[in-house]
Design a protein. Structure first.
Length: 296
């Protein structure tokens, strides 16, 4: 059986491709080697997978993950090998490649992620050819849920929220300033903690003008500091995956127009598209091998 995973810092979408054709889709928490220990990831993945299938039955695994950059692929590979010890073909790659493959298939173009974190690239239909580093949760990730959440928390702690929004925030979350500071600076997964507050902007009773201005400013920074830094970026359509891009799509489209970039595919997730991509690869490999044998 083949297992495909698209993992962000908050959640992971999985698909188990069975020989019977009855594919199984499920979710688990997200895994980012920059924020989680190997032991925690091993335990979580093992617990999540064992509910659906014996990990020892997996013969091929394609894992795309946030934080699976060059210096962390080995860590993620060790984690996955511990869980899927019988897997004959195990590939751990950055989630940005999943975005490119899912959004563009084998066509060249621009691909982005706007979820808990953010990332962008130019893709030639096979490989990522250019990537401007998002710099992660602390130094960058403009436009992401983490960045939006940080701004919300900052406004709350500095009394910069409109009074009605502040009252609503306290009603929903009941967090003291001390608890917020502790979660951000002491507890693990501060990016996930901050990103959870982005959904507050769509909460009933929250001032629409405050939400609009905050999100639009964040998307503006995303385009100014990342997207517009790609040479000839306006020649591409804007293709993006992620909950932030999808749930604030109307504002995102406004910013796209201001930066003279045409919209492409904007979706909350793309595990189904990744499954199609890899199934097509299998068919292509099978035909290629069959053709080679006939020519021998």
């Amino acid at each position: 059986m083949i297992l495909i995973a698209d993992s962000g810092s908050t959640k992971t979408d999985w698909c188990l491709i069975r020989n019977s054709g009855n594919d199984l889709y499920f979710k688990s928490e997200g895994y980012n080697p920059y924020f989680s220990t190997k032991s925690d990831m091993i335990q979580s993945i093992r617990n999540s997978i064992s509910v659906h299938v014996d990990p020892l039955e997996i013969s091929k695994l394609h894992f795309y993950g946030a934080g699976c950059e060059a210096d962390k692929i080995e860590v993620m590979t060790e984690v996955l090998s511990s869980v899927f010890s019988s897997c004959k073909q195990l590939n751990a790659q950055v989630d940005l490649l999943a975005a490119a493959r899912g959004l563009l298939g084998r066509k060249p173009g621009f691909a982005a992620i706007l979820g808990t974190g953010t990332n962008t690239c130019i893709y030639d239909g096979v490989n990522i050819t250019k990537n401007i580093d998002s710099l992660g949760f602390i130094l960058g990730d403009e436009g992401s849920g983490g960045a939006i959440g940080k701004r919300i928390l900052s406004d709350y702690l500095r009394n910069k929220m409109p009074l009605s929004v502040c009252v609503q925030f306290e009603k929903v979350y009941k967090l003291s300033a001390e608890e917020i500071i502790h979660q951000v600076y002491v507890e693990p997964m501060p990016n996930r903690f901050c990103a959870q507050f982005a959904k507050f902007l769509n909460h009933p009773g929250v001032d629409a003008d405050y939400s609009y201005k905050l999100v639009k400013a964040s998307f503006g920074q995303f385009f100014e500091n990342l997207v517009s830094c790609y040479p000839n970026y306006t020649e591409y359509t804007f293709n993006c995956v992620g909950s932030i891009a999808y749930h604030f799509k109307s504002i995102l489209l406004e910013v796209l127009d201001e930066f003279n970039m045409a919209p492409g595919l904007i979706v909350p997730s793309l595990i189904a598209e990744l499954v199609d991509y890899h199934q097509t690869c299998v068919i292509f490999e099978y035909k290629y091998l069959a053709l080679g044998k006939r020519n021998q």
